[in-house]
Design a protein around this ligand. Structure first.
Ligand SMILES: Nc1ncnc2c1ncn2[C@@H]1O[C@H](COP(=O)(O)OP(=O)(O)OP(=O)(O)O)[C@@H](O)[C@H]1O
Length: 283
């Protein structure tokens, strides 16, 4: 197991081959975000101080392109604050946050960060309750600035197909004509994930996606995220350890504690780490 050590990609002579143009990394389109070194996000020595209290304390971590990273840690560890820094809601007191090699997130507004492709799902579902499931996905697609259509323009065949594929992925095909307000809590959460996917995010942040779900819904959410694995870059903050085990597989899990990375490794590695057991998982 290793704790996170982020090498500084910004001081290196990066090839910058993908900067500024339509880049791809494996199966990923990175739309002008330079991921030459294989990472979509670099947090380096981030501290956030609230009234003298360090919510984040010299936090460094990076997220690979196409990675599904789970972030765990006790209450107050700084998980939400970290998401707030990435999305521009909170500005760090010190440190840097880069999207790809060259986009400095700390210099951007929240709306600009959303526009460049960082999507965030909060704990509570926010869907358009009066609209059908299909319409929710359609509206989300039309709000994507990269799509050349207005709210009232007719969908192209390709756009319909994309919504159809997303409905299948979400297992909501049979519900497509249902008002979103009538869906179960879990179905609303999946629909909102689908709406974020319609915006084609390059990095998707999910804050406790299974909070309040039934066991069956939780398992289904795990299957959904596993379906997204390798197609999207995802950061998932979660307390439900069975769920984290389901989605982490052999990927990296990061344990935050007191605003820093306490441990990083596979789920099996962090689960057997004495320090993690001490502060979080219990004996
Ligand atoms: N705006 C704020 N002003 C003052 N203190 C804050 C503020 N936001 C967060 N904190 C404090 O910073 C610390 C980290 O909070 P944060 O919400 O990031 O933790 P967390 O890991 O997300 O916790 P949880 O698992 O309970 O959601 C906590 O001690 C919290 O009380």
């Amino acid at each position: 197991m290793t704790t996170s050590h982020t090498t500084n990609p910004h001081s290196s002579n990066s090839q910058d081959a993908s900067a500024g143009g339509e880049a791809s990394y494996g199966r990923f389109k990175t739309r002008g975000v330079d991921t030459t070194h294989g990472a979509i996000l670099y947090l380096e020595s981030i501290s956030v101080v609230f009234d003298g209290f360090k919510a984040l304390n010299d936090l460094s971590l990076d997220i690979g392109v196409g990675e599904l990273r789970c972030i765990i840690g006790p209450n107050g560890a700084g998980k939400t604050t970290m998401m707030d820094v990435i999305t521009g809601k909170t500005k760090p007191t010190s440190g840097t946050a880069f999207f790809g090699q060259s986009i400095d997130l700390t210099k951007m507004h929240e709306s600009q960060i959303a526009d460049i492709g960082i999507g965030r799902k909060f704990q509570r579902p926010t869907v358009f309750e009066q609209h059908t499931v299909f319409e929710n996905l359609e509206l989300a697609m039309k709000m994507n600035k990269g799509v050349k259509s207005t709210l009232f323009s007719r969908l192209s065949g390709e756009q319909r197909d994309k919504i159809g594929e997303t409905l299948e992925l979400l297992r909501l095909t049979s519900e497509y004509q249902r008002e979103a307000g009538l869906l179960s809590h879990g179905q609303k959460q999946w629909l909102e994930i689908g709406m974020l996917l319609m915006q084609e995010p390059l990095l998707l942040l999910l804050d406790e996606p299974v909070a309040g779900m039934t066991d069956a819904e939780t398992e289904r959410t795990g299957e959904l995220l596993n379906d997204l694995r390798g197609k999207h870059s995802l950061v998932v903050v979660e307390h439900d350890m069975d769920f984290v085990t389901q989605i982490a597989q052999q990927g990296k899990v990061t344990v935050l504690c007191e605003g820093s990375v306490l441990a990083e490794g596979t789920m099996a590695q962090v689960q057997s780490d004495e320090r993690v057991i001490e502060v979080y998982l219990g004996r």
